[in-house]
Write a protein of this length. Structure first.
Ligand code: NAD
Length: 300
């Protein structure tokens, strides 16, 4: 692996591609936004004029796009009518989609790639923009394990954990399961802290008690949602930065759609989805960090 095409140089894609440059890969990037292309160039990438040009003669091609529709239209073309990237690229290039999208969408694109003789992995990530910058992302990979091995050095340049979740789409299933749990855990943590504070307890003391007790969890350890308890977390800066409520709502929507498809019962995820949507409309919180769910319980 030497030459890497990279499309989608946004909050996640730009630092991921920049880490590939730092690791010595020749990265050819593309984004539909001029500002993103300029940042890519500043980070040492060559910038292509189109996604097709970025994919030209690439050993691997990585996409990091907002949602299912962007990924499907990139690879399959608009309305599935062809003229997508799959029709215009070399079969030797390994495709890796790191976007968070619906598992059925990932399977659809991987199947179409296979029909063109092109190998594809779904490899959504966890770790946020900080993980993308520090190259500590976790990759959840779906697809043939042999292709994962081909891409292992790329994943190592961008992250610190790589898991093979199963066949195509399995990476996306793992991602929606993880984020469903993350949302439920964050809502539960905010709710417990609000209950304690309503009884006159100090939120920092209560946080420490629960962190060291059976309620201990990731939010209490490193991402406390209650303002004033922890420094250097979104709650300490008015919930700016971090993992946006809009993205959490998107991921919970993917989890709910998937649960319906497979007939799974997910009442906790459904309630968390409702609470996050209420938070967005009541507090205009779409662009705030997801720990701002604390505001649903206690106004600052
Ligand atoms: P973003 O909106 O910052 O970046 C997406 C980029 O894709 C933008 O620069 C946009 O211009 C570009 N783009 C859209 N359509 C394109 C096309 N057809 N061709 C080329 N470029 C195109 O989003 P992000 O925060 O980087 O998230 C990307 C993906 O990663 C999403 O699926 C998100 O759910 C997932 N994710 C995000 C985070 C996070 O903390 N931001 C964490 C884990 C996973």
């Amino acid at each position: 692996m030497k030459r890497i095409g990279f499309v989608g140089l946004g909050n996640m894609g730009l630092p991921m591609a920049a880490n590939l440059v730092k690791a010595g890969y020749e990265v050819v990037g593309f984004d539909i936004q001029q500002r993103a292309r300029a940042r890519g160039s500043d980070a040492g990438m060559k910038i292509a004029e189109s996604a097709v040009a970025a994919a030209h003669r690439a050993d691997a091609f990585i996409s990091m796009l907002p949602a299912s529709e962007h990924v499907e239209s990139l690879y399959l073309g608009v309305d599935g009518e062809g003229a997508g990237l799959l029709d215009r690229m070399e079969s030797e290039t390994l495709l890796i989609d790191c976007s968070t999208i619906a598992p059925q969408s990932a399977r659809r694109v991987a199947t179409a790639a296979q029909e063109c003789g092109i190998a594809m992995l779904d490899a959504p990530v966890s770790g946020g923009t900080a993980g993308a910058e520090k190259a500590t992302l976790t990759f959840m990979v779906g697809g043939d394990a042999r292709h994962l091995e081909r891409a292992r050095s790329l994943f190592a340049a961008m992250g610190s954990n790589v898991f093979h979740a199963g066949p195509s789409g399995a990476g996306q299933v793992a991602k929606v399961c993880n984020n469903l749990l993350l949302a439920v855990q964050m809502v539960g943590t905010a709710e417990s802290l609000a209950l304690g504070v309503a009884n006159g307890l100090d939120p920092a003391t209560l946080s420490e008690i629960m962190r060291r007790s059976s309620g201990g969890n990731w939010a209490l350890q490193v991402y406390n949602p209650f303002p004033g308890v922890m420094p250097d977390v979104p709650a300490a800066r008015g919930y700016r930065g971090g993992f946006l409520v809009n993205l959490m709502i998107k991921d919970l929507g993917l989890a709910m759609d998937n649960a319906q498809t497979v007939g799974a019962d997910t009442p906790m995820g459904s309630l968390a989805h409702d609470l996050y949507r209420a938070l967005r409309s009541e507090y205009d919180a779409g662009d705030l960090d997801f720990s701002s769910i604390q505001r649903h319980y206690i106004e600052e």
